[in-house]
Ligand binder design. Structure first.
Ligand SMILES: [Zn+2]
Length: 381
């Protein structure tokens, strides 16, 4: 399945001038190729092959005084422009021979300068930088405003300038996944309250904390104690070290399985997912050291976000200062259990008379806030 991710980009003024030149070069190459093929057709010469045409129009073209400015553009986008011409010809010829189903296809036409201009780059024409910028040959690093992470490496990117003068990068990401059927948003969207008494509280169900981690945590502590007591350089120390590594590996495997399983189920069941933006570091600063549980919550959140992006599910993060636990979902007053006291209060009664299950009330608040955020995000784009 091919997915498109459109992100706004912000080329600098000099990059914008270069892009204008690139758009022009790609258009000229396309039109030169088309003119050559038409000429051959009218003088009853054989059809010019794709390879020959590329040599004529790009390689030889750059050497002529009329076209030497083609050198200024990234050759990847020039080649791509010709590829688009080849594809247009293939479709036209197949249609003419009757091989292709569907309506008749007209021969390719000259490209004119229009309000919406595009440039396509295949994999060797661009690089995604660690810092999130998009590198394009002969253009440099372009600033991207990412609205969501890409689920995997993009196979191509199209740079678009729209009639309003805005620039976009449209990434094509190919996945083996089949699209999931779209669900009714109202019926299936869910908030997720993470990590108090249960592992996670969802709409209408809870995911229990796996006992496995607590058991392994004990084993790990025992193994680490043994290691710290073993003498340096001794055989026992080597064994103890290996034992610690084994427990770590077992935990990592099980954690991955657990998270894969649970996040897959959530994405299948829900059209949109709203998650509390948890401050794992802040949680750990409290009374206890950062536990295996905390580590796993961070990974759970990241995996879930990536899966939502991959399967086209809505996703929003609710600010961690949003009073999801303390707010009454019936009247909106913020008088519920606070702080550590909240951890031990399972049920509470609001001044309006509503009786709340702490977790279910929090999920509902997160769900409403998440939905508001998601709607606002869409309006902005
Ligand atoms: Zn109330």
């Amino acid at each position: 399945m091919k997915l498109r991710y459109n992100e706004r980009i912000y080329p600098t003024p000099s990059q914008q001038r270069n892009l204008a030149r690139f758009f022009g070069c790609a258009r000229v190459v396309y039109n030169d190729g088309l003119r050559a093929r038409r000429g051959a057709f009218h003088s009853s010469e054989p059809y010019i092959s794709d390879v020959t045409l590329q040599k004529m129009v790009i390689t030889a073209g750059k050497k002529t005084p009329q076209r030497q400015w083609l050198k200024e553009a990234s050759s990847v986008c020039l080649v791509q422009s010709l590829q688009d011409l080849h594809a247009a010809y293939r479709n036209f010829l197949a249609s003419k021979r009757g091989v292709r189903h569907g309506p008749k296809i007209a021969p390719p036409r000259m490209k004119k300068k229009t309000g919406r201009q595009t440039l396509r780059f295949t994999r060797n024409g661009f690089t995604l930088r660690e810092n999130g910028r998009l590198f394009i040959a002969k253009l440099g690093d372009v600033e991207v405003r990412w609205s969501r992470p890409l689920p995997s490496d993009p196979s191509s990117v199209t740079i678009i300038k729209d009639p309003a003068g805005r620039y976009f990068a449209s990434f094509v990401v190919e996945t083996d996944d089949r699209p999931l059927p779209e669900l009714d948003l109202d019926q299936t969207e869910t908030g997720i309250d993470l990590g108090l008494s249960s592992y996670a509280v969802l709409r209408g169900r809870k995911i229990a904390s796996p006992k496995f981690f607590r058991r392994q945590e004990k084993k790990l502590r025992r193994a680490q104690r043994k290691l710290s007591r073993a003498q340096k350089g001794s055989n026992n120390r080597r064994k103890a070290k290996l034992a610690v590594a084994k427990v770590h590996a077992r935990i990592a495997d099980r954690r991955r399985d657990f998270i894969e399983q649970e996040t897959t189920r959530i994405v299948r069941e829900s059209q949109a997912v709203y998650l509390e933006d948890l401050n794992v570091k802040g949680m750990a600063k409290g009374t206890r050291a950062k536990s295996l549980h905390d580590h796993s919550l961070g990974m759970f959140a990241r995996t879930l976000e990536a899966k939502c992006a991959r399967y086209g599910r809505g996703f929003a993060k609710v600010d961690r200062y949003f009073p999801s636990t303390q707010m009454c979902s019936a009247c909106g007053s913020v008088q519920g259990p606070k702080g550590l006291a909240g951890l031990s209060t399972r049920r509470w009664v609001c001044c309006c008379g509503s009786v709340h299950d702490r977790d279910e009330n929090a999920e509902l608040n997160i769900r409403r806030e998440g939905r508001r955020l998601l709607a606002a995000g869409h309006a902005e784009r």
